[in-house]
Design a protein around this ligand. Structure first.
Ligand SMILES: [Ca+2]
Length: 195
């Protein structure tokens, strides 16, 4: 499977792939599912929680769930990576409508991506902690799902299915992959593992 012949991609992550034994794992899916028992930051005894997921300086934000201490987001984000390393952080904040009000910090969870196995589902309730070096009062837990998905540019090239860049070449090596088969796949590890 011509590992050296893959065309150069513009994503800038190609130089990270030092392991030549297979396709680089280079997509992290992060689903911020929900949280519970977060601090009540507003006078009414609730908060308006939202989450910011950050990986290697790139931030992605959920919507705000108003007036609750048990927000449910169920929002999925994806980050491009080369090799699976680095720390992914999930910060929770209380949204405030005041122009001058600072959004209150509700807690942080961190995941060391180096500890995650390729295409294995990590789904945990993680304790919300203060940020490093800060005296912040927080409480509660956040429920997250994380999976690292291997992209496969060779399959992409053969089938022309640019919209399915996460396909794992090893699953299809030697097979005639038709578009109809490929369409049956989804981009989450959970659903992939059922196949
Ligand atoms: Ca608020």
């Amino acid at each position: 499977m011509g590992k050296g012949s893959a065309k150069v991609e513009e994503e800038g992550s190609g130089s990270d792939s030092e392991d030549e034994s297979g396709p680089p794992p280079n997509l992290i899916e992060v689903k911020v599912i929900e949280a519970e028992d977060v601090i009540a930051a507003d006078r009414g005894g609730t908060s308006d929680p939202y989450a910011i997921v950050e990986f290697r300086g790139i931030k992605k934000q959920t919507k705000v769930i108003k007036k609750t201490l048990t927000p449910k987001w169920n929002e999925t984000f994806q980050f491009e990576i080369g090799k699976p390393s680095g720390v992914l952080t999930i910060d929770l904040f209380d949204h405030d409508v005041s122009l001058f009000g600072k959004h209150d910090f509700l807690g942080q969870a961190e995941v060391n991506v180096s500890n995650l196995a390729l295409e294995a589902v990590f789904q945990e309730w993680m304790a919300l902690n203060p940020r490093e070096g800060k005296m912040e009062i927080v409480s509660g837990r956040v429920h997250v799902y994380i999976c690292i998905v291997a992209k496969d540019k060779s399959i992409e090239d053969k089938t022309g299915l640019e919209t399915f860049p996460w396909l794992d070449r090893s699953l299809y090596a030697g097979l005639n992959v038709h578009n109809t088969q490929v369409r049956a796949h989804t981009h989450t590890c959970t659903q992939r593992n059922i196949l």
